[in-house]
Design a protein around this ligand. Structure first.
Ligand SMILES: Cc1ncc(COP(=O)(O)O)c(C=O)c1O
Length: 470
């Protein structure tokens, strides 16, 4: 069961060696929870040591809360789960929705959603900046960092967002987060919306729906049309909603911009009835056609919009960093929320991003990405035509994807799954709908990594579509 080798020449005492041997056996799982240990008398005679030597080792193991002595029940390993070294990490996969979560572990494949260009990450400046930030942090005396985020970064974001998205704010209104979803979680709790209704776009980002459910907010799907979220529909189905969550810049995933008329309607509804609006600005300035429309928060005069930005699309989701800009009336409540339930991530990454923005790399990188993504989008659209895919499905660009509208009746999840045999990983549109029967079938082809020298991926996709049309 466990094998204790005593070394009588060792500097460590015999009692210490017994303690170490048993501790190792517990930690690596050879001695599982509730396993019974020999009595100290038995072990002493087995090892040829004095009883007091084993008793002292058992005493220290009990002090470490690794074993407990319970009279006639004997001495046992405490009954808490101990991770076995032999445990297979793949058995630890949580039962999360397949369509989404498989992408967390697999290597990035052609058309995979949500990821920026893999070949254009600014490796050189970023490596230098993050290394310097890590060194500076190691030399700084330990303290609790500001839970709202590092002041320098909040100041940089305030300056950047005024120019890029037209939002004027003070650093005290900015909270640094682990990206959009953690900002959403913080907002849902600070606003105390449990049991209330919230409008969500239909189709819309699936994690928004899941997150609201987890904090007890009832999501009400509101359709989108050519002008974005249909505010009148929202009013008709849930005028009492306390919150609306929108992607005004480029609707996710259909790509339209929320029209000025709809922006005004939405802001008027929120101002008149004291409702909140969360603006998910996930693509930020990454608007490929012309200049990005200003943020909704830029024209919010009543302080009802919480603007959420992220560096996931503009730099990398590996950085796991985002920010929220809250109206002045909420900054104290959100600061308290950040301090108590969702403090900002590691200052090292924050300081590095701050430097990356300050040195001008961020704006340069964004400019390059816009050019690169426009070229990749055009290439993909050309290949959709040259491969004949356009005769099987209509295509239009939206954000950083091309939407391939499948014939009615074709099941997009099935087609997306089938495409994997060609090492392609398109998204299916239907999971973005609150209810699949109301969805239309389409594939979402992310083009940020589309550098096809030939139209082979599109030919393969055409083959898959033909197989499923049959
Ligand atoms: C609409 C939308 N919002 C937010 C996000 C994610 O943001 P983050 O990585 O900051 O959580 C995504 C990611 O794909 C998205 O599509």
């Amino acid at each position: 069961m466990f094998d204790i080798r005593l070394d009588r020449l060792s500097k460590a005492s015999l009692s210490q060696q017994i303690q170490d041997g048993i501790t190792a056996a517990i930690r690596d799982g050879r001695l599982g929870p509730d396993a019974r240990l020999p009595s100290w008398r038995d072990l002493a005679s087995q090892l040829g040591v004095a009883r007091g030597t084993v008793r002292a080792a058992y005493g220290r193991l009990a002090d470490d809360m690794l074993i407990s002595t319970a009279g006639s029940a004997g001495t046992r390993v405490v009954g808490r789960p101990v991770r076995s070294a032999k445990q297979d990490p793949s058995s630890d996969t949580p039962p999360l929705p397949e369509f989404f979560f498989r992408s967390y572990t697999a290597r990035v494949k052609t058309f995979q959603m949500g990821v920026p260009a893999q070949d254009e990450f600014p490796v050189t400046p970023w490596s230098r900046i993050i290394t310097n930030a890590a060194k500076a942090s190691a030399l700084t005396p330990a303290r609790y960092p500001d839970p709202r985020g590092e002041y320098d970064l909040r100041k940089e974001i305030a300056a950047y967002i005024a120019i890029a998205r037209g939002v004027s704010c003070m650093p005290s209104q900015i909270i640094i987060t682990n990206g959009y979803v953690s900002a959403l979680g913080l907002a849902a709790r600070v606003l105390q919306l449990e049991g209330k209704h919230a409008w969500i776009e239909d189709p819309g980002y699936p994690l928004t729906r899941i997150a609201l459910g987890l904090v007890g907010v009832k999501a009400v799907p509101v359709g989108v049309d050519g002008e974005g979220l249909n505010v009148q529909f929202g009013l008709a189905v849930a005028a009492d909603a306390a919150l609306a969550i929108v992607t005004p810049g480029q609707q996710a995933p259909l790509g339209m911009t929320l029209s000025l008329r709809r922006r005004q309607d939405l802001l008027a509804w929120a101002a008149k009835n004291n409702r909140w609006i969360i603006e998910d600005d996930y693509l930020g300035e990454l608007q490929l056609n012309g200049r990005a429309a200003p943020a909704l928060a830029a024209i919010d005069e009543s302080g009802r919009v919480i603007h959420i930005g992220t560096f996931s699309k503009t730099i990398s989701p590996m950085i796991r960093l985002g920010f929220m800009i809250v109206p002045p009336s909420l900054s104290a409540a959100f600061s308290e929320g950040a301090a108590s339930i969702a403090p900002a991530p590691s200052p090292v990454v924050q300081m590095a991003i701050s430097e990356f923005v300050r040195e001008g790399h961020y704006l340069r990188h964004l400019r390059r990405m816009k050019r690169l993504y426009s070229a990749r989008r055009d290439l993909l659209l050309r290949h959709i035509t040259s491969s004949g895919l356009d005769r099987l499905a209509g295509a239009n660009a939206a954000g950083t994807t091309v939407i391939l509208n499948l014939p009615v009746g074709m099941r997009d999840r099935v087609v997306a799954e089938a495409a994997q045999k060609y090492d392609l990983y398109p998204g299916a549109l239907s999971p973005w709908y609150a209810s699949e029967p109301s969805s239309r079938p389409a594939l979402l082809l992310n083009f940020t990594n589309y550098d096809g020298r030939t139209d082979a991926p599109c030919i393969a996709l055409a083959k898959v579509l033909n197989e499923h049309a049959a």
